[in-house]
Design a protein around this ligand. Structure first.
Ligand code: SF4
Length: 213
């Protein structure tokens, strides 16, 4: 296994190689307020950002604040978010989260990890997405792409997202945490796909211990 120093150097080169290739948008999700971003992020689990944006266009017209999501019956909200998939679970998360926002934070989205994690339906991935994009708080977002690429690139040996988050934080300076996750997400979507990684057009081929899987 590679020592920490070597791994840090390799992570930096991976960052510098991928950085110029991908857009600098903080998120492809369309939102105006932190609350809208929180809802979009919950909806984005197992769903493309494009599909989420299509759904939220009408959703954000109908539901303005946490109270609006609580007023409607479960079945109505389920129908409104159905195209994003896993709509029963997501409805439960949104309702729980909105109730938590009203009960604990006066209906406002809090800006710390600790507070966000107290909301039902909000895990570290969602919290880091919201903190990074809405409040500029550094954080490593570990979604399915970041998990897969971190393992393939041997930047971690862990499969648990919380531990991967910690491992990546050790390798990359704080101000680059968010961007590094975004780069792995973009590279995972475009090139290093789950089923068939396109090694032949991978710019970090020489830095990757899994370039022959
Ligand atoms: S060489 Fe292959 S496995 Fe490694 S990052 Fe590139 S596409 Fe993924």
């Amino acid at each position: 296994m590679q020592g920490l120093k070597k791994k840090i150097e390799r992570a930096q080169v991976i960052f510098d190689t991928l950085d110029p290739l991908y857009t600098r948008e903080k998120t492809a999700l369309k939102y105006i307020t932190p609350f809208q971003l929180l809802i979009s992020t919950i909806l984005s689990a197992q769903c493309t950002d494009k599909q989420v944006n299509q759904v939220t266009q009408a959703l954000f017209e109908k539901y303005k604040g946490p109270g609006d999501y609580l007023k409607v019956p479960i079945s109505e909200l389920e129908e409104d978010i159905r195209p994003t998939g896993f709509f029963k679970n997501k409805t439960k998360s949104i309702k729980g989260c909105c109730q938590g926002l009203i009960d604990s934070y006066g209906g406002q989205v809090p800006s710390t990890m600790e507070e966000l994690l107290k909301l039902p339906g909000v895990g570290r991935k969602t919290a880091n997405c919201v903190l990074g994009a809405a409040f500029d708080v550094p954080g490593v977002v570990v979604d399915t792409h970041v998990k897969r690429l971190s393992l393939r690139l041997e930047l971690t040996q862990n499969k648990n997202p919380d531990r991967i988050e910690k491992d990546l934080e050790e390798l990359i300076p704080k101000e680059r945490w968010r961007r590094f996750s975004d780069l792995l997400i973009y590279h995972g979507r475009d090139v290093c796909k789950a089923r068939r990684p396109a090694h032949d057009r991978c710019v970090i081929f020489d830095l990757c211990p899994s370039n022959s899987i």
